[in-house]
Design a protein around this ligand. Structure first.
Ligand SMILES: *[C@@H]1O[C@H](CO)[C@@H](O)[C@H](O)[C@H]1NC(C)=O
Ligand SMILES: *[C@@H]1O[C@H](CO)[C@@H](O)[C@H](O)[C@H]1NC(C)=O
Length: 571
């Protein structure tokens, strides 16, 4: 029966006579089950079920609004037909000599028994849902946005009873309502996880179900898991991940997108990641990144990103050819896909020589350096720079390749000057770590030295002072940069303030290191530092045996002047 006509038929086909018929037949059967002459054991078991049915039906008819429930319009007729079948079987079994085929009768009885169990399950579900105690008026019309939670809970329960008990038409309608609810109200997902039956929804993903039902179930599951953490665990525990991978392989394009979305959501819980290899998911995900639609690619690469740290999966990714696919996505994916691909590449690049050489072989370094010139959001850029950093230490030639790109080195200088602190730190650290930057390239980024001095003043994040100091030391190896540095009064003042022993927040090791580098050569640099008041600070630091302070002091005073200065300042 079509659900939209169900309410209308409530009036025209009253359920009470049907229920009376069933009740009468039930008591006949209960009696005859005691007097059968064949298959007595089976009839004893049937009798138990028949009495349960009797009590379920009486609970149903005690519920205030039972006769308005559209599900009973399909449920009661099927119960009646099961009972009629049983009646004819009981008549045969009551005869003094049973004449029919024995096996045949056994199987008929078993089938009837299975039908009874199903009816009992359905009625039980209907009773437990509480929907029979509510007026039919609001059923399957979605509560508006301002409605009470109670109303929404009732709506969800009603929807799931229809889904579980109803036939194909009921199921379709119920799934449509569920989808509408999930789309209209993104907070409904957690309520659905709590009040609905996600296990049942997952069971609809099975290939045996009507294709349209399966399709709607895929959509509903993917919406629920994307919007609620608790549902992720339930869907996973109910075995939802495996079917989603199968749909990613064989489904239609929109279905593949939804399945990929679900897989990404489910794998975002690190506890679920192991199952990806167990379900053969690695090759499915790699293939989806290679040939899927943009939406599928974006979700699939997100799922790969979620699980790429798992050792097993990492190996699988290498074997399934993920590296060229990821690099392709870096270049051609949506910006969301690009970010996730960059994250994967950074994870793989940091995980050992095997992946580093694969990435370099696929021209990953070139692609990443090219990408660093684009206007990416800072999260993507962070991954890109981390990946470049990991790759550049993998071999001398990689390091030389990165160091020799004036465009890229200048870009690092720009990040140090203008970007947020995360990117500033990575860029400084990368500048510091690249050991073969040419003097020309170092001159090309001289303008970021002022920013590096400023970064040195910041105690957080951890490692920032060190990275900035080391980058400065590298840039100050060039004479013209030293000169430029001391010409910048602000930077000199900052540096000297950092040396001040009274300034306890500051680790002294790093400014001392920079002083040594500034003093690499000319007299002019020395004079400016002295004029800014570096000498007494360094003297004190040297007495405190701060690493490098003694050397800095020597350079500052010049061997010849040393004694004079130290005398002067001690007095
Ligand atoms: C800076 O960028 C990083 C990504 O590299 C991001 O995670 C962080 O939230 C940003 N910080 C600020 C203060 O914008
Ligand atoms: C630079 O090298 C240090 C020491 O090896 C390392 O800890 C740091 O992560 C490197 N920086 C970058 C950006 O890779």
């Amino acid at each position: 029966m079509h659900p939209s006509t169900a309410a209308a038929t409530t009036g025209s086909q009253p359920l009470q006579p049907l229920l009376d018929l069933i009740t009468t037949l039930l008591s006949l059967l209960l009696n005859s089950s005691l007097t059968v002459r064949s298959f007595i054991g089976r009839w004893q078991a049937l009798r138990t079920k028949l009495s349960s049915l009797e009590s379920s039906l009486s609970s149903i008819s005690d519920s205030t609004h039972w006769s308005q429930n559209p599900l009973l319009h399909t449920l009661l007729p099927t119960i009646l037909s099961t009972l009629q079948r049983l009646k004819s079987l009981s008549d045969q079994c009551t005869l003094s000599s049973f004449a029919g085929g024995k096996l045949h009768m056994q199987s008929d009885l078993d089938m009837a028994s299975a039908s009874l169990s199903k009816h009992l399950r359905d009625l039980d579900l209907l009773l437990r849902s509480g929907v029979l105690h509510q007026s039919n008026a609001i059923v399957l019309s979605q509560p508006g946005s301002g409605s009470e939670k109670e109303e929404l809970v009732f709506f969800i329960k009603d929807l799931f009873t229809r889904l579980q008990i109803g036939g194909v038409e009921f199921k379709k309608k119920a799934l449509d309502s569920l989808l509408q609810l999930l789309i209209d109200d993104d907070k409904s997902a957690s309520l659905v996880a709590k009040e609905g039956n996600l296990g049942y929804l997952v069971s609809l993903l099975d290939l045996n179900h009507h294709p349209l039902i399966r399709e709607k179930a895929v959509m509903a599951v993917s919406l629920v898991v994307s919007d609620s953490d608790e549902s992720r665990k339930i869907v996973f525990d109910e075995g939802g991940l495996g079917p989603m991978f199968r749909i990613m392989e064989t489904g239609s394009m929109p279905l593949k997108e939804k399945a990929a979305m679900a897989v990404e959501a489910i794998t975002s819980d690190p506890d679920n990641a192991w199952a990806v290899s167990a379900y053969g998911g690695v090759s499915v995900l790699v293939e989806a990144c290679r040939s899927g639609s943009q939406a599928t690619q974006t979700h699939a690469v997100g799922a790969i990103r979620n699980v790429a740290v798992v050792e097993d999966i990492k190996m699988g990714l290498g074997e399934e050819g993920a590296v060229p696919v990821l690099i392709q996505l870096l270049v051609s994916g949506t910006s969301a896909a690009q970010e996730k691909a960059a994250n994967c590449v950074a994870i793989l690049a940091s995980s050992g020589e095997y992946f580093r050489s694969l990435l370099i072989q696929e021209r990953g370094l070139q692609r990443l350096m090219h990408l660093a010139q684009d206007l990416l959001d800072s999260v993507t850029m962070e991954h890109v720079l981390r990946a470049i950093a990991s790759l550049s230490v993998s071999s001398d030639s990689a390091s030389r390749f990165v160091s020799s790109s004036t465009t890229f080195i200048v870009q690092l200088g720009e990040f140090i000057k203008h970007e947020n602190v995360t990117l500033q730190q990575i860029s400084a650290s990368l500048l510091a770590n690249l050991s073969s930057i040419s003097d020309g390239n170092k001159r090309a980024v001289a303008s970021c030295m002022g920013s590096l001095v400023k970064l040195m003043e910041s105690p957080k994040p951890v490692g920032l002072q060190e990275a900035a100091a080391l980058a400065l030391v590298s840039l100050l190896s060039v004479r013209s940069n030293r000169k430029e540095f001391v010409r910048d009064e602000k930077s000199v003042t900052r540096l000297v303030q950092m040396l001040d022993p009274k300034n306890e927040l500051m680790s002294k090791k790093f400014p001392v290191m920079v002083v040594v580098a500034v003093l690499g050569g000319s007299n002019g640099c020395r004079k400016r530092l002295v004029a800014a008041g570096a000498y007494p600070h360094l003297q004190r630091l040297s007495e405190m045996e701060v690493a490098g302070a003694k050397k800095a002091l020597q350079r500052l005073s010049g061997n010849r002047l040393k004694s004079i200065f130290s005398r002067t300042w001690r007095e």
